[in-house]
Design a protein around this ligand. Structure first.
Ligand SMILES: Cc1ncc(COP(=O)(O)O)c(C=O)c1O
Length: 387
């Protein structure tokens, strides 16, 4: 990384990546950078075998028994669009969790002429009220959509309990695991998740441009993108076969290989060790921010100290854009504003200005946090002298 930049924006994308992610992606591109499923030659067979091995590994990581139920997409946004637009029909009712990203809210908005939505009840931190969830699911509720971990305040929703309730009530459960994957263990089948959307470039430490959707056994999706699949080319209509029917067009195979390397890295360290490192850094940040009198902190501590490493704050008397600019000018990479999650900010009452979000990663250090805290303290003191 460039000298003296302190990167604290891992909720946007993890950076840097593990060395093995760079290396495996590079090797694959050089040796097997051909288009798989399109021809019949040794190079292609080998490349396809590597992609299949990665698909198996990624499926296993999420507790998915049948790897064919894992559809590769280019990111979580496409996975969520596929789940919503390919899974919902006219007159369906959808219950929406309180901390959604625009990658859920905008597809739902686009579907609003055919689908009705209501919001699940929650507390002030955006934690779901499980008793209400049980009451709010009606026979018309086709789907419950929940963001496992918030990209604004890090609140983590209890997957197992949510899954049990949705299964008992016969409602489809769609989980957005963009922030949690790689930070919190997820077993899609054990948790009764029907649709699990994830992105490869955040906590999973893979390259940008790959994500996926697990499609559970109860689900019959319609494809939302039509095109070449490398098989059944004589058919005019899009095949529905999992996974290829839902992966039309050329796949980002180097990113898939890089994602598998990211998962190998995570497994070598252990998800809980990664989560615990982030939790230590966030605790340090939180304690330091509590010394800044004007600061209001938005962070939710989970009971078992699981952490995706996300904390937001505002500073009284400061406009978010202004603090963001000062911090950026000092080479801290943090994210100010709404973080593509106006829905979550409405829940936290931080709409429309948003917050400054700090998200250390596995490669961040206590020194990074201390330098950041020192800058925030200097900035607030300098303002005091100006006024
Ligand atoms: C909670 C959440 N959902 C979905 C997304 C979308 O991820 P991607 O941009 O990789 O599609 C993000 C990215 O910030 C996110 O934080």
């Amino acid at each position: 990384m460039k000298d003296n930049i302190i990167y604290l924006d891992n909720a946007s994308t993890s950076f840097p990546k593990p060395e093995t992610v760079y290396r495996e992606t590079d090797i694959f591109l050089r040796k097997w950078g051909v288009n798989i499923g399109r021809g019949e030659n040794r190079l292609e067979y080998e490349a396809a075998a590597k992609v299949l091995e990665s698909r198996r590994k990624i499926a296993r990581f999420f507790g998915i028994k049948d790897y064919r139920r894992l559809v590769f997409t280019f990111n979580a946004t496409l996975a969520l669009n596929l789940a919503l637009k390919g899974g919902l029909k006219k007159s369906d009712h959808v219950l929406v969790g309180p901390m959604q990203h625009n990658s859920v809210m905008r597809p739902l908005h686009a579907l609003k002429k055919i689908v009705s939505t209501s919001e699940l009840r929650h507390d002030k931190d955006g934690l779901l009220d499980l008793n209400s969830l049980e009451e709010q699911i009606t026979p018309q509720t086709k789907m419950v959509v929940i963001n496992h971990a918030s990209n604004v305040n890090g609140v983590i929703q209890p997957l197992r309990e949510i899954g049990r309730i949705c299964r008992d009530k016969e409602s489809i459960l769609l989980i957005d695991a963009s922030q949690s994957a790689g930070n919190i263990p997820i077993d899609a089948e054990e948790c009764n998740i029907d649709l699990l959307a994830f992105t490869g470039h955040k906590g999973l430490m893979g390259p940008l441009g790959v994500g996926g959707l697990y499609v559970g056994e109860r689900i019959l999706l319609e494809p939302i993108i039509e095109g070449g699949t490398g098989f059944a080319s004589e058919l005019e209509r899009q095949p529905r076969n999992l996974p290829e029917g839902f992966e039309a067009g050329t796949k980002n195979t180097p990113a898939i290989i890089g994602l598998a390397a990211g998962i190998d890295f995570i497994e070598s360290i252990g998800v809980s060790a990664i989560s615990s490192h982030k939790s230590t850094l966030i605790d340090r940040l939180k304690v330091g921010m509590e010394d800044v009198e004007e600061a209001k902190i938005f962070h939710f501590d989970s009971e078992n100290s699981e952490s995706c490493g996300v904390l937001s704050f505002t500073i009284e008397g400061w406009n978010i854009d202004d603090i963001g600019k000062v911090l950026n000018s000092q080479d801290f990479v943090v994210r100010g504003g709404l973080q593509c999650a106006p829905h979550a900010h409405r829940t936290l009452d931080t709409f429309s200005e948003g917050t400054i979000r700090v998200s250390p990663g596995y490669f961040s250090s206590e020194h990074d946090i201390d330098s950041f805290l020192q800058s925030v303290k200097d900035i607030t003191v300098s303002k005091m002298y100006q006024t």
